[in-house]
Each structure stands twice: as structure tokens, then as C-alpha cells.
Write a protein that binds this ligand. Structure first.
Ligand code: 5GP
Ligand code: ZN
Length: 140
């Protein structure tokens, strides 16, 4: 069972020790404005209990995350008449995680904004694709 971690900033927020601009909360989650937003309306969906990242989340809790992400994505889109929304989530430092308590970013997007959620695309041969797919399948 997940709990709280003393040295974790998002656990402190869940405990009420650090204030936020909250937009929603229920038994399991807080949703609040990102302190350094990528765009107007950027919010974070944060479990009230501590999971380091998505790897450690049990199925029952994970199943609650996306319905809320859908609700929040619709809300920020409507609130600011956004042209799009990114729902993104980073796991470990190499993937851009800086707060090691699971959270989902909901980032409204506006035509010609300066948000950058992109990657360089690479080409693979058919054999390379097969090899990569097989390696993943073995782990599932
Ligand atoms: P990550 O890089 O881990 O995916 O995202 C962490 C996010 O948390 C960043 O966008 C950062 O601005 C936000 N953040 C970090 N500390 C605080 C805080 O104390 N309050 C709020 N509201 N956001 C925070
Ligand atoms: Zn935590």
C-alpha cells in the first residue's frame, strides 16, 4: 500500500503543509496549477499517496488516473478555449522527471505557442522493427 514520504514536496502538498492553487480534489487526487507552467492553464494531477512513478502504481489506482485526466483536459480546454491539450507524464530523470512523486501534466496548447513536447523521428528497417517489437513482447 502506498503511503506518504517525509521529504517529498507533493506529499507535503497532500498533507496541506505547502499551499497550492488547487482546482480539484477528491479522496485520491489533488489537481493544482503547476508553479512554473508551460502554458496558461497547465495543471498537475497528483495522487494523495506516494508513488515514485508509473512503474510502481498498482492497477486499481492506475485505473483512476485517466478518467480524471480526461475530465481535467476537457476543463482546461474549455476554460481557455485551447486549441489542443497535451497529457504527459515523466518517469525518471532521463525522461524529464524532476519531482519523484507520480504526477500527470495537463498542458493546454495554443496555436503558435512556445511549448515543446516533441522528438526527432528515426527510421528503422523492417528487421530492426521486428527485433525491437520482440524484445518488448518478451517483457510483457
Ligand atoms: P516533472 O518534471 O517531474 O514531470 O514535473 C514537475 C513539475 O512540478 C514541474 O512542472 C514543476 O514546475 C512543478 N512543481 C515543482 N514543485 C512545485 C510546487 O511546489 N508547487 C507546484 N504547484 N508545482 C511544482
Ligand atoms: Zn510523495
Amino acid at each position: 500500500m502506498a503511503g506518504r514520504k517525509d521529504d517529498c514536496i507533493f506529499c507535503k502538498i497532500a498533507n496541506g503543509d505547502i499551499p497550492t492553487n488547487s482546482v480539484y480534489q477528491d479522496d485520491n487526487f489533488n489537481v493544482f496549477l503547476d508553479a512554473a507552467p508551460a502554458s496558461k492553464g497547465h495543471v498537475l494531477i497528483v495522487p494523495k499517496v506516494h508513488y515514485d512513478n508509473a512503474y510502481s502504481m498498482d492497477d486499481e489506482f492506475a485505473a483512476k488516473v485517466f478518467p480524471l485526466a480526461t475530465k481535467v483536459a476537457n476543463a482546461v480546454k474549455k476554460a481557455f478555449n485551447a486549441d489542443g491539450v497535451n497529457v504527459v507524464q515523466n518517469n525518471e530523470e532521463a525522461a524529464g522527471q524532476t519531482v519523484f512523486h507520480f504526477h500527470m501534466h495537463v498542458i493546454p496548447r495554443y496555436k503558435d505557442d512556445d511549448v515543446n513536447v516533441t522528438w526527432k523521428q528515426h527510421e528503422l528497417t523492417g528487421d530492426e522493427q521486428t527485433e525491437i517489437a520482440d524484445a518488448i513482447k518478451k517483457e510483457l
